[in-house]
Design a protein around this ligand. Structure first.
Ligand code: ADP
Ligand code: MG
Length: 342
């Protein structure tokens, strides 16, 4: 028998396989594999834990990403998974594997970004690990946060008729990536042509230096709003919504016309002949929050311009659908980022 390529399972399938072989032995493991973070019972509190890696050549390209942004982004993507549980982050551990092409100054620049992230999100760096790498740089961050009992929001709590909401806008980070890749290609073909990035500052910032939505966790806290289900959007809205609905055992109806897309994202994508809603659905790295609200809680957010209602939850016997601008209804598909390309 020949070995099975990982692309046969895909990233999602591989994680499912690992999960099925990892029964929790301990009673304090409240939530293990499968949500944005794990949840442990501390008695009168819960502890949440999450980890995410950034790998050079896979997640970032130092030919256009300033090193401080790589450090900041590594912090933001972890904090984002904490926010996705409705919890403020408190501490991080940073592990790095670094090859000899990196100087002390380069590592200082990366840590400048990490420390900026710590200051911005009010978290403490409390440890990590440092190793040599054969090639490139890998940054792996673990983030933890404390929650009051009943505060944690899982992916699995969505109820029929809940309003599906999203924070900020979608597709901007993907548009930024396309722009940076295009300018890199032009520069590599002719180094006399300097990249012109000044026309599209917003989408570049969204790609290089994403912000985790701690502001919304604050808002939910202050207004006593409890999303019924939540996750962050790291691999596209369609992937996230399919995962949230599957975890909740529900269907959904999403509306193309309601998807929030920034004017700059639209302008750039139209320039490169990509339909903006495709980027909003499948483009990765938005790090916005996708959440569902009971209609009574929705009244508390409907005037907040950071939050857009984009659809509603349907019973489990209905598919996960999107109604397009032309009124056709089609099934949502998982076309966003997948580490093993399936
Ligand atoms: P996110 O995009 O929110 O970071 P992932 O898709 O990376 O989440 O992971 C989904 C779930 O699978 C999480 O609970 C994560 O901790 C878990 N997971 C991912 N990779 C592994 C692994 N190699 N071993 C065990 N659990 C994993
Ligand atoms: Mg997540």
């Amino acid at each position: 028998m020949s070995p099975t390529p990982l692309s046969e399972l895909g990233e999602f399938g591989l994680i499912q396989r690992i999960k099925s072989n990892a029964p929790p032995y301990l009673v304090d493991t409240l939530i293990g594999i499968g949500d944005d973070a794990a949840v442990l019972n501390l008695g009168n509190k819960d502890l949440i834990l999450t980890t995410d890696m950034l790998i050079e050549g896979v997640h970032f390209d130092i030919r256009y990403a300033p090193l401080h942004t790589v450090g900041y982004k590594a912090v933001s993507v972890n904090v984002s998974d904490c926010c996705a549980m409705n919890v403020f982050p408190s501490h991080i551990l940073v592990s790095m594997a670094v090859s000899s092409k990196y100087s002390l100054e380069a590592i200082d620049a990366i840590y400048d970004g990490i420390f900026k992230g710590c200051k911005r999100y009010k978290i403490d760096l409390i440890g990590g690990d440092t190793n040599t790498a054969i090639k490139g740089l890998t940054l792996s961050i673990t983030c933890l946060g404390y929650a009051n009992k009943g505060q944690v929001v899982l992916r699995s709590g969505a109820q029929v008729n809940d309003i599906i909401c999203v924070s900020g806008n979608l597709g901007a980070a993907y548009a930024g990536l396309l722009l940076l890749e295009r300018e890199k290609k032009i520069f590599l073909e002719n180094s006399n042509i300097q990249p012109d990035l000044s026309t599209y500052p917003y989408i570049i910032e969204r790609q290089l230096k994403p912000e985790a939505r701690v502001d919304l966790i604050q808002f939910f806290n202050e207004k006593n709003i409890m999303p019924t289900a939540m996750m962050d959007i790291s691999d596209g809205l369609a992937n996230a919504l399919i995962e949230l609905c599957s975890a909740s055992d529900k269907g959904c109806m999403l509306f193309e016309d309601h998807l929030p897309i920034h004017a700059e994202t639209k302008q750039f994508l139209e320039e490169v002949y990509i339909a903006p809603f495709i980027a909003a659905l499948n483009g990765g790295e938005d790090y916005e929050l996708l959440f569902t609200l009971n209609p009574s809680d929705f009244d508390k957010v409907k005037t907040d311009n950071r939050i857009t209602p984009i659809g509603y939850i349907t019973p489990s016997n209905q598919n996960k659908k999107i109604r397009l601008s032309n009124s056709k209804e089609v099934d949502l598909e998982m076309k966003g980022y997948n580490a093993f390309g399936k």
